[in-house]
Design a protein around this ligand. Structure first.
Ligand code: G
Ligand code: G
Ligand code: NA
Ligand code: MN
Length: 260
């Protein structure tokens, strides 16, 4: 059982870390970005799954502080990778933004201040949101996205297809990317319905000039199908799970070696 007190201490004692899962171009096989995923190592319990502790962060309101820590940590990582020449133009790091964090009035201002403090250029940071962030107050959500887009932050609609009215949000929200949920990818080889749904999402997304990222790719044959539909990039255990910072730098180094 995850307790709120443990999470307060986790923040103070720096028990949180970010792991990074590469996003890979379906054609070149090269890393084009990554998703940062929050990890918690409890001194006695060991690693606790985000599925257990993120809901507690949400209900306690601690997600506001932890979310700001994630923004900072992502900016620090981007600064580090850029200084080492590992983060080329066009690559993006995505962070997950929870609804409560996104809806806070000062959210955009805080993010912009952090980007400025690290002197990060436009185009390096992406935010993954779900339709939960816009379920009420769509106009406010559009304002927040627009303000951050002007500072060079892009937005991805996460878990696309699993919500209640994904298509109506797509019509209104100025996002750059659709992330096809892993539940559609899992059975894509054996389930014709999933193939039809994914092909339709990719076709629609391309016609709307959106970037398409497939999640949960575990097998070469899944990747092959996604490539044939025109999906741009993918994440999944087939290439790599989320890995710690040092390991991710190794992946970036071997990625750069592919240029030579
Ligand atoms: O890799 P995985 O088990 O970490 O992720 C589980 C869930 O936790 C996913 O739904 C993911 O979006 C969410 N998650 C991971 N990191 C963060 C984070 O930094 N902030 C928020 N709000 N959610 C996150
Ligand atoms: O909700 P969100 O899409 O942010 O969650 C990402 C989740 O997907 C994380 O828990 C991450 O560990 C998980 N994940 C990443 N790649 C794969 C994969 O190839 N297969 C499965 N089953 N899960 C994956
Ligand atoms: Na995500
Ligand atoms: Mn997702």
């Amino acid at each position: 059982l995850v307790m709120e007190g443990d999470l307060h201490r986790a923040l103070e004692d720096e028990q949180f870390s970010l792991f990074y899962q590469p996003k890979v171009d379906v054609n070149s096989g090269k890393i084009v970005g990554a998703e940062a995923l929050l990890r918690w190592h409890h001194p006695e319990k060991g690693n606790v799954s985000p599925l257990e502790f993120i809901p507690v962060l949400e209900t306690s309101g601690l997600i506001l502080q932890v979310g700001q820590w994630v923004v900072e940590e992502a900016c620090r990582a981007l600064e580090n990778w850029s200084e080492r020449g590992l983060w080329s133009a066009g690559m993006q790091l995505s962070i997950n933004i929870s609804p409560r964090q996104f809806r806070r009035e000062r959210f955009a201002a805080d993010v912009i201040r952090t980007l400025d403090r690290y002197r990060l250029p436009k185009g390096v940071l992406d935010m993954e949101i779900t339709e939960g962030v816009v379920i009420q107050q769509v106009d406010e959500a559009i304002d927040t996205i627009t303000t951050l887009t002007e500072r060079g932050v892009s937005f991805s609609l996460d878990d696309f297809g699993t919500g209640y009215s994904s298509i109506s949000y797509l019509k209104r929200l100025p996002v750059a990317t659709l992330k096809i949920d892993k539940s559609f990818v899992r059975d894509i080889i054996v389930d014709r319905n999933d193939r039809v749904l994914v092909e339709t999402i990719v076709t629609m997304g391309r016609l709307l000039d959106l970037e398409l990222v497939a999640e949960g790719v575990e097998q070469a044959e899944q990747l092959e199908i996604l490539r044939s539909y025109g999906c741009h990039s993918y994440q999944g255990f087939y290439f790599s799970p989320a890995v710690e910072g040092d390991k991710f730098i190794e992946l970036l180094l071997s990625n750069r070696a592919k240029d030579r």
